[in-house]
Write a protein that binds this ligand. Sequence first.
Ligand code: HAM
Length: 450
Amino acid sequence: MPKAKNAKPAKTEKKKTTSEEPKPKKKVARLVKGMKDLLPEEQNYWSFVNKTAERLALEYGFMRLDTPVLEETNLFIRSIGKQTDVVQKEMFSFKDKGGSNLTLRPEFTAGLARAYIEHGMINQPQPVKLFTIGALFRHEKPQAGRYRQFHQFDVEVIGDEKPVIDAQVILLGYQYFKELGLDVNVQINSVGCKECRPKYVSALQQYYKGKRKVLCEDCKKRVTKNPLRLLDCKEEDCQELKAEAPQIVDWLCGNCKDHFMTVLDYLDEVNVPYLLNPYIVRGLDYYTQTAFEYFVAEEDEQKASLALGGGGRYDSLISMLGGREHTPAVGMALGLERVILALKQKEIQPPAVQKAEVFLAQLGNQARKKALHLFEELRAAGIVVVENFGKENLKAQLELANKHNVTYTLILGEKELMDETILIRDMDGGVQETIPLMKVVAEMKKRLKK
Ligand code: HAM
């Protein structure tokens, strides 16, 4: 019911607060641990790494395929492996309201393999080359370069077993870093196949059996549950032991050895620098044969650094997930937070996303109305305009124009409006000129060479 015109609002009884009683504090909303806001001042970096990734992938003949963030938990258990750190400790998994077990994707390969099978891509000309860029989730201990939500540029080539494909995937990653201005080296190994790896794994277990006491708690479990990961441990005592451990290259079968040597041969051919590293075993179970990682090339080789990315061959995954038997594949993923960190450490500036060219200043209500239209006309003409229509005084607007480092400021006041003119201020020399309002778009296009 409408209130009577002069009715006073009913008095509400105010609770008296004394000066001793502190006001209840409002809880400040905060980020979830391990998550990160990608702030406006960071966006030049993000645009640089994303656009370079997308352009390069298309140039190499990859097609973009974006999978959903949520997948069935089982997909990751089956592909990444039950005993891996990712599945054991790091997945964000939950039951949804319908009772399905779901997981926020911790990596892309499993989802892309599922999509390849589900969309019958086996019927397309092989190999199918897919790429994606997006966010992933792992419940890891947050630290520099390690987050709970992070982003990858991922490429997969499904349906060809030839070593030249491995080499071209590695080359793509190498070229990506080169285009960003980063000098990287590739560390490479072969993890064998289902014929030769089990023999190597038992030799490894044999070696570690008598040395259990010296191992860290995680590695004690790894001896039986995930022996290859013993080679990946960063604990000092475990590192010392691994120096004497048997190396997989000595156990590779003829086929795996040939494959590995041929990949290296192609890498030599295209001058991709690599180091043979017998400890690159990767943290995910689906790998067969080629395994590699990228690191920032440092003069001081001892300088420990996080891998910028990694990948390898996974010839059994598609059939393990219900796809056709013998569908070989190879791929890699680059961690974009770490790439940006490396760009900053090397003081590599990304190009500016968009430089503001014109500031549109207005004075008075009528001028503001006209400025709203003019903004649209300038924008449609391809001119990058900034404004602050909420500001009333000219000084504040000119300060903003300076801050944006624009080339010109257009000033539209009541007087200009009456004369149907507008003032152009050249921000370099401070020269001002009045021109007819109807000519301003053409004049700006001419001056800005649009
Ligand atoms: P990955 O080695 O687990 O491989 O991850 C690839 C890259 O993602 C790492 O080298 C790192 O740069 C980045 N990364 C991983 N975890 C985090 C984290 N918590 N915070 C920040 N960055 C992180 C894979 O994911 C495989 N799917 C790669 C692949 C594709 N293999 C075959 N195809």
